[in-house]
Design a protein around this ligand. Structure first.
Ligand code: ADP
Length: 527
């Protein structure tokens, strides 16, 4: 595509483009960067919130567990009589997670107390408990020290305690004061404890806002969950008093990360869509501007062409008229020659002005057509009669190939003459070697058609579709030297459109062109 702009137009074009990019693209990119950045900040904030939530949930559950267990230890602490094992057993047995209690005097004057909830927890069970005493000797002494300073502390650890294939949990504590001080181990079934004590608490805490779970650390066995469906990953923390178990927190409907990612993707998609819309918008504006620029360029060329075309005949007319006026032309022959020149130039001027008027009428949508039945062959004869002189003058020969028996067409006579003259004029202007023009009529199906054929310079194939655009002229060195306005074919096309017809061009560079006007069969006049 040969686009030639003047330098100032090119500069304006580049400036507009830069402005467009600045106004539209930069804010979107800036917003995109800001949005992505804020997303990562949001993500971090949300994560922190969840970590904090887990911490506070854990704190409250640990406190609660501690409270529940303290109920057991403090009632034992208050007890002065440890001689009635049955009574103690009855008291502890109210909790169905209770397995066994063993108490040993810190000083030697108390025999060991051992109560179990199950008769099957016999001697071998007691031996296992004893071994716990031995294994935690240091702990025992520490708890005693705490107790001496009036602080009853509970301790547990995650050492395995398996009896008959079942895993038990335990915690150590000290009861009594002075010589009455006893060291105790409380053995219980942690899963039952969780189910009986913690589950109601879990439900109270979550209230459907998030999912709380409790699971065994060693094998991930899920003891309890406030929701059957856990999506995404769970944040877990072990419990203080039940170190073999952990509490987990998860979002209802996915983890924080999932939520943030989902939002991120949605935002990115929206941003992408915005970008695409922006780019399409910019492209549209860009092409529009480009078209406007081309038109502006063509208009500028048009003005310079037309000025030139008007100035030349005016100069010639004024020069010859002056010469005649001053009476300097002696012979009658010379005078006649000058009159001819003046008439010819006036005709050229009129032609040019008429073309511009015709075009401006078309542009303003004010052109009216008065259709009447026309015999195309007769019309061509008339035009050629007045035009053959002009043709011969320019060194052209012509031939007419008019088909017999053509139906008459309904058309505006003046407009058809205008088209014919325009096409013949072009044939004359754009021929250099072989100067011959053929005018043909015929039928194409039931459509009447009229062709003007020259053997001139021809038109490159890629220019063909643009020929009919207003002001368009094939940009080629020597063609630009030929005078013209770029309006002739625009007018032809418009007239044919108004007659529901069409214009076809066939052309080969260096061999010539054929312009064919095809009238629609609806325009055929019957009788
Ligand atoms: P103008 O002839 O005033 O420039 P037109 O609208 O009549 O404007 O034609 C547009 C362009 O098409 C011309 O500038 C010329 O380049 C090309 N053209 C038109 N007719 C012919 C033809 N018969 N042979 C070669 N080129 C042609």
């Amino acid at each position: 595509m040969a686009r030639k702009y003047s330098n100032s137009l090119k500069k304006r074009f580049n400036k507009t483009l830069l402005l467009l990019v600045c106004i539209l693209v930069l804010p979107v990119v800036a917003y995109g960067v800001f949005e992505l950045n804020s997303l990562t900040v949001d993500e971090r904030e949300l994560e922190t919130i969840y970590e904090r939530q887990l911490e506070s949930v854990l704190f409250s559950i640990n406190q609660y567990t501690q409270g529940k267990v303290s109920e057991i230890t403090s009632s034992l602490d208050k007890r002065t009589d440890f001689s009635n094992a049955d009574q103690i057993k009855q008291e502890l047995g109210t909790h169905w997670y209770f397995a066994a209690l063993a108490a040993k005097g810190v000083s030697d004057d108390f025999d060991e107390l051992y109560v179990s909830s199950n008769a099957k927890f016999g001697d071998d069970f007691q031996q296992k408990v004893d071994s716990l005493y031995q294994a935690n000797d240091v702990l025992v002494r520490r708890l005693v020290r705490y107790k001496e300073s009036e602080f009853q502390k509970l301790e547990s650890n995650d050492a395995p305690f398996v009896y008959n294939g079942k895993e038990y949990d335990f915690f150590f504590f000290v009861v009594g004061t002075g010589s009455e001080m006893k060291f105790c181990i409380y053995i219980y079934d942690a899963i039952s404890f969780i189910e009986q004590t913690l589950v109601p608490k879990f439900q109270e805490i979550t209230q459907g806002d998030f999912v709380l779970t409790c699971s065994r650390i060693s094998d991930g066995f899920l003891v309890y969950s406030t929701d059957d469906q856990i999506q995404g990953s769970i944040e877990n923390e072990p419990l203080d008093l039940l170190p073999k178990y952990q509490v987990g927190i998860a979002r209802v409907g996915g983890t924080v990360e999932d939520a943030v990612n989902k939002r991120k993707n949605q935002n990115l998609m929206a941003l992408g869509l915005l970008m695409v819309v922006m780019i399409i918008g910019i492209a549209l504006v860009f092409f529009n501007i480009q078209r406007e620029m081309e038109l502006a360029q063509k208009k500028a060329d048009f003005v310079s062409n037309v000025s030139h075309e008007i100035r030349t005949p005016l100069a010639l007319i004024s020069m010859f008229a002056e010469t005649l006026q001053l009476g300097r032309v002696k012979t009658e022959e010379k005078k006649q020659e000058y009159y001819d020149i003046i008439t010819k130039e006036v005709a050229r001027l009129t032609n040019m002005v008429n073309r511009i008027l015709s075009f401006s009428k078309i542009e303003a949508d004010k052109r009216e057509y008065h259709k009447e039945p026309l015999n195309l062959n007769d019309l061509i004869q008339d035009v050629i009669n007045t035009y053959s002189y002009h043709l011969n003058n320019n060194g052209f020969t012509h031939s007419l190939e008019l088909a017999d028996g053509l139906p008459e067409i309904l058309a505006d006579r003046e407009a058809v003459v205008e088209m014919l003259v325009n096409l013949i004029d072009n044939g004359i202007k754009y021929s250099d070697g072989q100067k011959h023009i053929t005018i043909q009529t015929g039928l194409k199906g039931s459509s009447v058609c009229l062709s003007v054929i020259d053997k001139g310079i021809g038109i490159p194939a890629n220019e063909l579709e643009k020929l009919f655009e207003k002001f368009y002229r094939v940009p080629k060195g020597d063609v630009h030297n030929t005078k013209g306005s770029g309006l002739g074919l625009t007018i032809v096309k418009h007239i044919m459109d108004a007659h529901q017809g069409s214009v076809h061009v066939e052309s080969k560079v260096g061999e010539g062109s054929t312009f064919q006007l095809i009238f629609s069969p609806e325009q055929n006049h019957h009788g």
